[in-house]
Design a protein around this ligand. Structure first.
Ligand SMILES: Nc1ncnc2c1ncn2[C@@H]1O[C@H](COP(=O)(O)OP(=O)(O)OP(=O)(O)O)[C@@H](O)[C@H]1O
Length: 445
């Protein structure tokens, strides 16, 4: 994500305090719109306001709590920070439970205020970005995450997804690599009661002790709150997808479970806990019960999640879906790359019907994408120089995909690695092999 917009609508009926706060926030780099009353602050405010609200509580006429109620009705995801006196703390805690972003007891130190506003702006930017992405999906990208396939297994799966989505409960999805676990989890989220909230993926394979605090809790080394919220906080009221939960160490599984079960988070320095309300969907590559027996999945976590277990079959068990899936991936790729749809050759057809697809849908998708790019190894020969064999073409394709992922992630190696779903070591090995440097994809300041 690019840097968030640091825009604050500031409400205080005391003109001196208002002027002082405007000045200090501007000095800290915020754009500030000051208002002397809640009614003025509401005027002209739409549901997609890109900034955040900072309001005093005690004001004549409409007070800060009433302003919060109006803002909740306008856009429940708009961060509202309330500045309270000692006497209002109980009500402020109640407002927090109803969705206020934070409250700060007066007098507030400049650092505390700036840190809270930075976090709120970041969270707002994520919400706005998510909305834009959702909009794009509705406008055509929906087919990227549609559950394609007419086999009996797929039809049954679609019905199950629809039924489970409505229950809002936690669940576990198991299936071989690339078989569609995340796609199914997203479909359940999208059709469920939390669809307007975030779907946050947590790639468990990438987490060790050090990265757990940063990724899950949004903490910097040393325990300070980072500018961007952790994934748990981002998933509040939405769905948290624990991708490959069995790859987390047992100790981290226990920590994660304790956090989820507590139903609240205590960011360092916070005056009250933040509520944490999650739907948890976890995935494992192997059979979850076996993983539990082998000690790779803690039994308490298993029992929390295993009320419903969905098992996805390998692609080889539903071969009749292969042609439709291939067409779907090919059309999506051509659309995205802006290239004409290449014809299906007998060799490609033979591959589709003859290969076992151990990498399941991901492998089929990559095959369709390489065909869209004219890199299909089975079509090599015409137009390709002598000596360019299958492995050259595959290497070229792999390098192109990694570069594209880094470009999209603006040079952020972790994000690129996650989007490619590669383990850290494999990703860095590939960077070395192809001579790719993430820094080359970062915008120069
Ligand atoms: N039923 C489906 N219809 C269309 N596309 C699908 C379907 N299932 C999966 N895909 C696509 O196949 C690819 C792999 O799917 P996904 O990432 O959901 O698998 P996964 O099981 O979560 O993978 P991993 O084991 O690596 O975590 C993705 O590109 C996804 O968009």
């Amino acid at each position: 994500m690019s840097d968030p917009i640091r825009l604050v609508r500031l409400v205080d009926d005391d003109p001196d305090l208002l002027a002082a706060q405007v000045q200090s926030l501007k000095l800290a780099g915020f754009a500030v719109d000051p208002f002397a009353s809640a009614v003025d602050a509401l005027a002209g405010l739409g549901p997609d306001y890109p900034g955040v609200i900072l309001s005093d509580v005690r004001m004549p006429g409409m007070d800060g709590f009433a302003l919060f109620e109006h803002l909740q009705a306008l856009d429940p995801e708009l961060p509202v920070i309330l500045l309270t006196g000692h006497a209002d703390v109980a009500m402020a805690v109640a407002a927090l439970k109803r969705g206020a972003y934070d409250f700060l007891s007066k007098p507030v130190g400049a650092d505390t205020l700036v840190a809270a506003l930075n976090r709120a702006c970041h969270s707002r930017a994520l919400v706005i970005e998510n909305r834009a992405l959702r909009q794009q999906q509705h406008e055509g990208l929906a087919r990227e995450t549609r559950l394609v396939g007419q086999s009996a297994v797929m039809q049954h799966l679609r019905e199950t997804v629809e039924r489970l989505a409505g229950t809002g409960g936690d669940l576990l999805i198991s299936g071989p690599q690339g078989s569609g676990k995340e796609t199914v989890a997203r479909a359940i989220h999208r059709q469920g009661p939390r669809r307007a909230r975030a779907f946050v993926q947590l790639p468990c394979a990438a987490l060790d002790e050090a990265r757990f605090d940063a990724e899950v809790l949004g903490l910097e080394p040393g325990g300070r709150q980072a500018r961007s919220p952790g994934r748990l906080e981002r998933a509040h009221r939405g769905t948290l997808y624990l991708d490959g939960v069995d790859s987390l160490s047992p100790a981290l599984q226990a920590r994660l479970l304790a956090l989820i079960e507590a139903g609240e988070l205590w960011p360092p320095g916070a005056s009250a806990p933040r509520p944490l309300d999650l739907r948890v969907i976890a995935s494992t590559e192997g059979d979850a019960q076996r993983l539990m027996r082998e000690g790779r999945l803690r039994s308490d976590l298993y029992f929390r999640l295993s009320g419903v277990v969905l098992t996805l079959p390998p692609l080889s068990a539903r071969r009749e879906d292969i042609p439709e899936l291939f067409r779907h991936f090919l059309l999506s790729a051509c659309d995205r790359l802006g290239v004409a749809v290449p014809p299906l050759t007998p060799l490609v057809r033979a591959r589709l019907s003859g290969h076992d697809w151990p990498g399941n849908l991901r492998e089929l998708r990559q095959f369709a994408e390489s065909h869209a790019l004219g890199l299909s190894p089975f079509e090599a020969g015409a137009g390709e120089g002598p000596g360019r064999g299958l492995s050259d073409l595959m290497a070229e394709y792999e390098s192109a995909l990694i570069r594209e992922a880094l470009r999209r992630a603006e040079g952020n190696a972790t994000r690129a690695m996650e989007s490619l779903r590669l383990p850290r070591k494999t990703f860095y090995d590939k960077l070395t092999r192809h001579g790719i440097r993430p820094a080359d994809f970062r915008a120069s300041d």
